[in-house]
Design a protein around this ligand. Structure first.
Ligand code: HXC
Length: 521
């Protein structure tokens, strides 16, 4: 009997032309984004990364060509920046408004897992309507997972967020949990509730820019760390930022070949001429920093916010460092709530990624007054103490001109953790200024000179001058070991460099087991 032939139905899989789909999607994205004055997700990624280094993963995940969705609303992959590997994701606003649903969450989380496994930074480019409303709580939960993953990665691998479009609702907290946020002057918005909700709930009429534009978050709220002119400027800044950071916390801070140059030596020797002798006269500390670091290159962070303190990255003898400095040009360099938080977060960041911290001090004290007390200067000012006191990275501090009261201690003094501290010869270091001190200590003597007001004022001036001459100097700090030396200003750069060299092998192991500290938040 002939064998029964089994005629199974032949299913012909329809061949999908994926390259055609990708091409169509990019054409659509280009038309959509360029009309809004924005680049597409892939254009942005290619501009961020070294040429031809991008390898996309999950290109078609989450898409359904039959429904016209040519991939998910986020592009994910790996590439290189200055030859170093990074993970990157860019939300694609041309696909369902760049919103986040199940598929997008899965793609982002998978990328972050790989970045953690490979110990490389994650750069995110955000341009999204937030949680995809149609997917309900599933979309919300994906945000929850991204928040948690971002926190897990915090302090292990650098995470940088670029806000290149809307970033609305609770979605803003994903970038808020990363190390740095870069915004652009146009097209970049972050708010927890958009203008329409604000109008409905409070009756306030407000524009997108007023509610959450780049200017607002770089100058007033302090949410963002850099205000870029445009997307190209934003990308340049992120590339520079990464050049100062290790790929992960276990890697040494970046070191570049450096040959001492006549220009740098000359600039360092001139630094004293930039600082007026009269301790109340303002000057620009940024110029001082630029005279002390390699090639005068200083990358400021949060330049527009809390201007009385300056933070940023530079190199000294080729090694990346974080710099914290008072800015006498802004509110006399007084520490206030915003300046404290700005410096505190930066110190934590440097400590997490093992960058030495150089602190340049010229501070008259905390800013006094009810406005600051009401704003929580006790709680928020404590953050800076907490940051320095818990830091184990090498720390070198130089008092340039003055350091008064609590602010002297808080600005990276030896007593709260600096490894080495120095002062310039004429530095004024004391609990308070001479006038304030004699008003308390010499109250009776001043009163005895009365009742004539002028006699009392003359006595006060004479006593204050005596106090200034005898007590407002670095001597006590040197004698008690709070300062390691009085240095010639011209040798400031050399002293910092030598100190950092000594500290290169510093043991950073944390003393004692505990779950975590309970610092002021
Ligand atoms: C679904 C959305 C969407 C959303 C936008 N779209 N936001 N789809 N869910 N959340 C869609 C639009 O319907 C539109 O689809 C396309 O994306 C482009 O949006 P437009 O409104 O045409 O663009 P534009 O005029 O540029 O305005 C952009 C926008 C606006 C400002 C972002 O779309 C907007 O206000 N969206 C809602 C923002 C928001 O409130 N999100 C919060 C969600 S809750 P079509 O098909 O017409 O092209 C959230 C919480 C996170 O995010 C939870 C964390 C804990």
């Amino acid at each position: 009997m002939p064998a029964r032939r089994h005629h199974a139905p032949v299913i012909k899989a329809a061949r999908i032309d994926y390259s055609k789909i990708a091409e169509t999607a990019e054409e659509k994205a280009t038309a959509y984004q360029h009309a809004k004055g924005k680049n597409t997700a892939r254009e942005r990624i290619n501009q961020l990364l070294d040429p031809d280094s991008f390898v996309e993963i999950g290109r078609f995940a989450g898409g359904n060509p039959a429904d016209g969705f040519l991939g998910a609303a986020v592009v994910t992959g790996f590439g290189e920046i200055a030859g170093r590997p990074v993970a990157v994701y860019a939300q694609d606003f041309s696909v369902r408004g760049g919103t986040l649903g199940r598929a997008e969450g899965q793609k982002i989380l998978a990328l972050m897992d790989k970045a953690l496994a490979m110990k490389i930074p994650v750069v995110s480019m955000l341009d999204s309507g937030g949680a995809r409303i149609q997917e309900g709580v599933v979309a919300l939960s994906q945000y929850g997972r991204i928040f948690k993953k971002t926190c897990e990665a915090s302090g292990l691998i650098p995470q940088i967020s670029m806000i290149l479009g809307p970033c609305a609702g609770g979605a803003v907290y994903a970038p808020a949990l990363t190390d740095f946020i870069v915004m652009t002057k146009e097209n970049s918005h972050m708010f927890v509730t958009g203008p329409e909700v604000v109008k409905a709930v409070t009756g306030e009429t407000v524009s997108m820019a007023e509610l959450g534009g780049g200017e607002l978050h770089n100058v007033q709220s302090g949410v963002a760390h850099y205000l870029a002119d445009d997307e190209t400027d934003a990308i340049d800044y992120v590339r520079s930022l990464l050049s100062y950071l290790p790929s992960h916390a276990g890697e040494p801070a970046p070191h570049y070949d450096y040959t001492p140059s006549i220009e740098d030596e000359k600039a360092a020797a001139e630094v004293k001429s930039l600082v007026p002798e009269e301790s109340r006269q303002p000057y620009d500390i940024v110029e001082v920093i630029e005279h002390l670091v390699d090639y005068g290159e200083f990358l400021q962070v949060q330049q527009g916010f809390a201007g009385s303190v300056v933070i940023g990255f530079a190199c000294i003898n080729g090694s990346a460092v974080g710099i914290v400095a008072d800015q006498p040009n802004n509110n006399a360099g007084t520490l206030d709530v915003d300046a404290s938080e700005k410096a505190a977060r930066f110190v934590r960041c440097c400590d997490a990624y093992g960058l030495p911290i150089v602190t340049l001090v010229d501070v008259p004290g905390y800013r006094p007054g009810t406005e600051q007390e009401e704003s929580g200067i006790i709680r928020r000012g404590a953050k800076l103490i907490f940051a320095y006191a818990n830091a184990t990275t090498p720390m070198v501090t130089v008092v340039l001109r003055k350091a008064y009261g609590g602010a002297y201690i808080v600005m990276g003094s030896k007593s709260i953790g600096a490894d080495f501290a120095f002062a310039w010869p004429d530095a004024e270091i004391a609990v308070m200024g001479a006038e304030g001190a004699v008003n308390i200590l010499k109250r009776r003597e001043i009163a005895a000179a009365g009742p004539n007001e002028k006699d009392m004022a003359d006595t006060r001036t004479r006593l204050a001058a005596e106090y200034q001459a005898n007590h407002i100097n670095p001597s006590l700090s040197v004698e008690t070991g709070e300062l390691d030396g009085i240095i010639d200003p011209a040798l400031t750069r050399q002293t910092i460099a030598e100190s950092l060299e000594i500290l290169r092998t510093k043991d950073r192991s944390y003393p004692g087991p505990k779950r975590h500290s309970n610092g002021p938040l």
